[in-house]
Design a protein around this ligand. Structure first.
Ligand code: NAP
Length: 346
């Protein structure tokens, strides 16, 4: 194959950020020249179309594992992350130019070269918008599905509470629990998000946790019959308050604890009432979706079915242009986003 050069801008990690927000001191957009012509055998050159943005990406840049088993990105290299791309050139019998692929080790750059065996074809004729493969059909949707069904084991009639309910995972989780016949309440950080949950996304009720001085009192009001399942996305003080309201045999699937990632562990909120787990014979379980990958086909078929029947609404916060990485990632920690955050690479 002949040499063929493209200019590619990509995000290079210059320094870890042990706490707080990422800034230009940590991440820099650098341009490099990539040869997409002379590809090694069984490799493809991919033009990035969509990049997923989520807390786990930030977790790879603390310089230490915050408790999520996130391998730290090496310094002074383009960050590897996942997204959707289009095959630009192929030296693989499996992929042809123009194929749309899910690339779990895409560089956070406009173009990258990847081994063919790590990418997966996306059916671009299925009538599903490509960014849904990162959201509803991607990590956010799968986390919601695993949390609600596999770990939460929700049953019709149960009282379900979801924090960060208007985020990528939360929006899907609430709707899945409603489909199962549960009573679902969510918490979120703005009145607009609360309105969205109640009026558009089918939540039975929702509250703005930033306006509640006393989480314990709020949960007494919203859960007079106690909580059977709490899908925890935030951890900290909300988790502690929930533990005072759980019913016998309650399940607490812990998807993540976004309120706690930016502090070192000694500065985090302690949860003082874990003893309630004993009295209520309740189960609290953290999970990572990578342990449930064998269920991906079941999940995908079920979710596509719901989407086709109009049972699942989706929301996205889309940033246009790879240069918006810092803004988009920090948005998650300040709650600017509603729904799944993604970058459309122009
Ligand atoms: N276990 C897994 O395999 C897996 C996979 C993917 C994601 N996750 C986890 O799922 C959770 C949600 O992820 P996501 O990608 O869907 O993100 P997201 O919910 O779209 O964004 C995070 C949301 O959390 C809320 N938040 C931020 N800081 C907060 C704080 N200090 N206290 C309370 N709420 C805060 C914000 O909404 P408000 O307006 O409500 O504040 C923000 O929109 C995260 O904990 C993430 O780590 C787990």
């Amino acid at each position: 194959m002949d040499r063929e050069e493209v200019r590619s801008r990509g995000w290079v990690l210059k320094a870890y950020a042990p706490r707080g927000n990422l800034t230009s001191e940590h991440l820099e957009l650098r341009e490099t020249i990539l040869d997409v012509g002379s590809l090694p055998e069984n490799h493809v050159a991919v033009k990035a179309l969509w990049i997923s943005v989520e807390p786990y990406l930030r977790a790879k840049m603390y310089g230490r594992d915050v408790g999520l088993c996130a391998t730290q990105c090496p310094l002074n290299q383009v960050v590897k992350w996942y997204g959707i791309g289009e095959v630009l050139r192929s030296n693989s019998p499996i992929y042809g130019n123009g194929d749309i692929v899910l690339n779990p080790f895409l560089s956070l750059s406009e173009y990258s070269v990847a081994p063919a065996e790590i990418i997966h074809k996306v059916d671009s004729d299925a009538g599903i918008p490509l960014h849904e493969y990162l959201g509803t059909l991607g990590i956010a949707g799968f986390s919601a599905w695993v949390g609600v069904n596999e770990v939460g084991q929700v049953k019709a009639g149960e009282n379900v509470f979801i924090s960060a309910a208007a985020g990528g995972v939360g929006i899907i989780a609430g709707q899945l629990a409603k489909i199962k016949g549960c009573r679902v309440i969510g918490s979120a950080g703005t009145d607009e998000k609360v309105k969205l949950l109640k009026e558009e996304l089918g939540y039975d009720d929702a509250f703005n946790y930033k306006k509640e001085k006393d989480f314990d009192a709020a949960l007494s009001k919203y859960f007079p019959d106690g909580i059977d399942v709490y899908l925890d996305n935030v951890g900290g003080k909300m988790l502690e308050a929930v533990l005072n309201h759980i019913n016998n045999g309650a399940r607490i699937p812990i998807s993540g604890m976004v309120s706690q990632y930016t502090q070192v562990w000694t500065e985090r909120d302690g949860v003082r009432n874990l003893l309630n787990l004993v009295g209520k014979e309740a189960k609290m379980q953290g999970f990572l979706i990578r342990s449930y990958l064998h269920l991906l086909p079941v999940f995908t078929a079920e979710m596509i079915g719901y989407m086709k029947q109009g049972k699942l609404k989706t929301k996205h916060k889309i940033y246009e242009g790879i240069e918006y990485l810092l803004e988009s990632l920090n948005a998650i920690f300040s709650g600017i986003n509603t729904g799944k955050v993604a970058i459309k690479v122009l």
